[in-house]
Design a binder for this molecule. Structure first.
Ligand code: PHE
Length: 408
């Protein structure tokens, strides 16, 4: 039987049919790795904010971007979705993708959740950094908690076109152009949209160079509900294309809903773990949560631009165990439910979970899943016996909580 309330950071919230946050996930709230001195995520945050401080200054030469890195990760459905024009039936709202505290509150799934409130507060240029929470697969580059930096920049007509009073940023156009309405929003003039696109892209190309040096990069068209047009920036680093960030021209209703009628804006969001893993060659995302000095002391530098290459403390052996079961016939089952259960029972000893077999029995129509779970301790050798004990706990928990039938 579950307690009636959910506890997150010493606060109690009432549980309802949306609640799916686990106490293990809740225990990560408040760790604030991005604020921890000498933590690699803190170094990456500083490197990105410095780039904006240096490149965007007022006439008096002070930085114009302000930094918000202490916003609560507990947000409303309105903040995370509605205020960003995310449709009511959009997949990103699914219980299988987010950690809901209850039907009104969740752990933010992206830093963009704070965009509207900071616009409403009257800010024109700002950066937001923090921990974000998503239910996802389990492997060496995915963890249900990670960190993002988001930015917003707004521009007025006079700032965009200081020497030409005939150019405007708004028009009453329709959205149909040769690119099927994707090229710009109907309310923007082509000149303003193109100029914003240019400033956005050159800013982010500069950021990529600031972080990675002289790298090859490419722009990929994409879609977000809160920007149009939207792009992803990929950089070629360590012999691989790395999806670095998402960005775009802010959808105008987000601004008007915050009482802004005379500005056009661009925004982007970048994941900090990805950058740090690449820059410092950190092989496993679980290491960021390590309290082991063998990890942390490698980043104790007073020069945040110093090139650091992480040296593995040592590679301890993996233990691999498979688990097969029939899915429940009268209850819902999503793989993410199983991944959370594995996280809760196995903690950070679990390195990877792979669905290696998925079939429907031709006679009784029952579905069977087989998951391969890889266990590895980050600081010592895990014995097959220890891994076996955890594996059995996972099997039993899956049986009693997810109503699966084990195949032994
Ligand atoms: N919120 C997006 C994500 O999490 C990133 C993004 C931010 C895209 C701002 C466009 C503008 O992937």
């Amino acid at each position: 039987p579950l307690p009636a309330d959910v506890k997150v950071l010493d606060h109690s919230y009432s549980r309802d049919e949306f609640t799916n946050i686990t106490s293990r996930i809740a225990s990560h709230v408040g760790r604030n790795l991005h604020l921890q001195k000498f933590h690699p995520l803190n170094i990456v945050q500083q490197r990105i904010t410095n780039y904006f401080y240096q490149n965007f200054v007022s006439a008096g030469r002070s930085p114009i971007f302000s930094l918000y890195n202490n916003l609560s990760p507990i947000v409303s459905v309105n903040q995370n979705f509605d205020s960003l024009l995310i449709p009511k039936d959009h997949v990103s709202r699914c219980k299988s993708d987010c950690y809901y505290i209850n039907s009104e509150l969740l752990l933010r799934a992206h830093m963009t959740a704070h965009q509207s409130e900071l616009l409403l507060a009257g800010l024109n240029n700002f950066l937001m950094v923090g921990d974000v929470y998503r239910r996802d697969e389990i492997d060496r580059s995915h963890y249900p908690v990670f960190h993002q930096l988001d930015a917003v920049r707004l521009r007025t007509r006079d700032e965009l076109f200081p020497s030409d009073s005939s150019l405007q940023i708004f028009e009453q156009g329709n959205n149909t152009d040769s690119f099927g309405g994707q090229e710009k929003q109907a309310c923007h003039t082509l000149e303003a949209a193109k100029l914003m696109e240019h400033e956005l892209k050159s800013t982010l190309e500069g950021l990529a160079t600031h972080l990675f040096g002289d790298v090859e990069y490419r722009w990929v068209d994409t879609q977000f509900p809160f920007t149009q047009p939207s792009w992803e920036l990929e950089v070629f680093y360590n012999n691989d294309w790395l999806e670095l960030l998402g960005c775009g021209i802010m959808r105008q209703p987000i601004l008007t809903n915050s009482g802004i009628s005379d500005r056009i804006g661009w925004a982007f969001g970048i994941g900090l773990e990805r950058v740090a893993m690449c820059l410092y060659k950190i092989p496993d995302i679980r290491l960021f949560w390590s309290k082991d000095s063998g990890f942390l002391c490698q980043f104790k530098t007073h020069n945040i631009n110093e090139a650091i290459t992480y040296k593995e403390i040592s590679q301890f052996p993996q233990c691999t165990n498979d688990l097969s079961f029939w899915l429940p016939e009268n209850a819902e089952f999503s793989s993410n439910d199983f991944y959370d259960l594995v996280r809760s029972e196995g903690g950070d000893l679990v390195e990877q979970v792979q669905l290696i077999d998925n079939f429907v029995h031709p006679k009784n129509n029952k579905t069977s899943h087989c998951y391969r779970i890889t266990y590895r301790h980050m600081q010592r050798t895990l014995t097959q016996r220890e891994a076996g004990i955890i594996h059995n706990k996972i099997a039993q928990a899956a049986e009693s909580r997810l109503f699966v039938t084990l195949r032994l």
